[in-house]
Structure formats: structure tokens, C-alpha cells
Design a protein around this ligand. Structure first.
Ligand code: AMP
Length: 200
């Protein structure tokens, strides 16, 4: 199963991606996580990415395309993957299509989690509170100014990306405002509708 989970920051992409990973027994590939790992280990790409991430901008396409291409070549991705946070631009989507075509593969579906903007800031604030309560470290881009910038970034880039996948017949849109279990059920239902539409 090859899936992409899209949605604005705070929509619950990571949580839902994790659930899909368990359901379909494929790895979760999060470009945000990969970049944070690169930042933590101080690689050249990590150092360059940190400044961009801290101000809520997008890391250059070629950096993330290379990271994803390298990762999906690994053995554990042979049966599929759930991509979360990638692609974020049409150029990245085209690069992903090309990477998969090279392997004779294609995406099964692109899932967009739809959440109203006002709910997103509440979720980010809750994530910060929960992390602090658990004694963890808050992500350096989880603050109001950067979060607003990341929302704006999503609004600008999402429309052409969604239309790219809609045209390819790969897009499913799911209400992300419900509880976590209901969202997961919504995704599973949408995937089976897409699957049966393709069969008929
Ligand atoms: P995320 O964890 O997906 O919210 O990503 C955190 C930050 O990492 C984003 O705000 C971007 O700066 C960067 N990032 C993650 N994925 C991508 C991507 N596909 N393209 C460009 N930048 C990305």
C-alpha cells in the first residue's frame, strides 16, 4: 500500500499516518522527522534546513526529493509506505511520480485531512502543553508566529497539489475534525470506495 497523507500543520497527519502504518504493515516516512533527525545529527543538509524550518519555510525540493528517493529504495519500502509531510509542492509530487514510475509503481491514494484553521491553532497549543507536561522538548517551530507562517505556506501550496492528485484520480478527502478513531474510519472507508470505483 503506497499512501500519502496531506493536510495543514496540526491536522493530525502524523497520528493518522501511524495508524495506517499499523494497519497495512508498511513504514511511515515523514520528511519533517527525517529533517529533524538531520538537524539533530548536524549534517550539512541539517544545518541548512534548520534556519528554514525555524522560520516555517520550505526546505528546497531537491533536498527532500533526494531524501525520499533514497528512503523508498530501501528494502522495508518494497511493500509500500505511508508518506507524511511529502510532497508539499507540485514539483515534489512530480518527482515522486517519476521515482515510482521508475520502479513500475504508483500511489494507491493521496488522503487529505480537512480541518478548519481555528481548530489547528488549538491543536498546536495542546501539543505544546502535552509535550511540556510529559517533560519533553517542544519543537522549535511549534510557536504561534512560525505556526501561522506554516499554515500560510500550506494554503498557498495545497491548492495546486490537490488539483494535481485530483486530476490523476488519486485524491480522497476526509473530514479531519472528528475524533481520531472516527478520522481513521473515515480514511479506511474512503480508501475502500476508491478501490471499488477502480475495480468497476
Ligand atoms: P512537518 O513535521 O511535516 O510539519 O515539517 C516540519 C518542517 O520541515 C516544515 O515546516 C518544513 O520547514 C520542513 N519540511 C518537511 N517536509 C518538507 C517538504 N516535503 N518540503 C519542504 N520542507 C519540508
Amino acid at each position: 500500500m503506497r499512501l500519502v497523507v496531506l493536510g495543514p500543520p496540526g491536522a493530525g497527519k502524523g497520528t493518522q499516518a501511524q495508524r495506517l502504518v499499523e494497519r497495512y504493515s508498511v513504514p511511515q516516512l515523514s520528511t519533517g522527522e527525517m529533517l529533524r533527525a538531520a538537524v539533530a545529527s548536524g549534517t550539512k543538509d541539517g544545518v541548512a534546513a534548520k534556519a528554514i524550518m525555524d522560520r516555517g519555510g520550505l526546505v528546497p525540493d531537491d533536498v527532500v526529493n533526494w531524501m525520499v528517493s533514497d528512503r523508498i529504495d530501501q528494502e522495508d519500502c518494497r511493500r509500500g509506505f505511508v508518506l507524511d509531510g511529502y510532497p508539499r509542492t507540485v514539483a515534489q509530487a512530480e518527482a515522486l511520480t517519476a521515482m515510482l514510475e521508475e520502479k513500475g509503481a504508483k500511489l494507491d491514494a493521496v488522503i487529505e485531512l480537512q480541518v478548519e484553521p481555528a481548530r489547528l491553532i488549538e491543536r498546536m497549543e495542546k501539543r505544546v502543553r502535552d509535550t511540556l507536561q510529559a517533560g519533553g522538548t517542544v519543537r522549535s517551530d511549534d510557536n504561534s508566529a512560525t505556526f501561522a507562517r506554516r499554515q500560510e505556506e500550506y494554503r498557498q501550496t495545497a491548492a495546486p497539489l490537490l488539483s494535481y492528485y485530483r486530476t490523476r484520480g488519486e485524491l480522497v478527502q476526509v473530514d479531519g475534525m472528528q475524533g481520531m478513531d472516527a478520522v481513521t474510519q473515515g480514511i479506511v472507508r474512503a480508501l475502500s470506495i476508491l478501490e471499488s470505483r477502480r475495480r468497476n
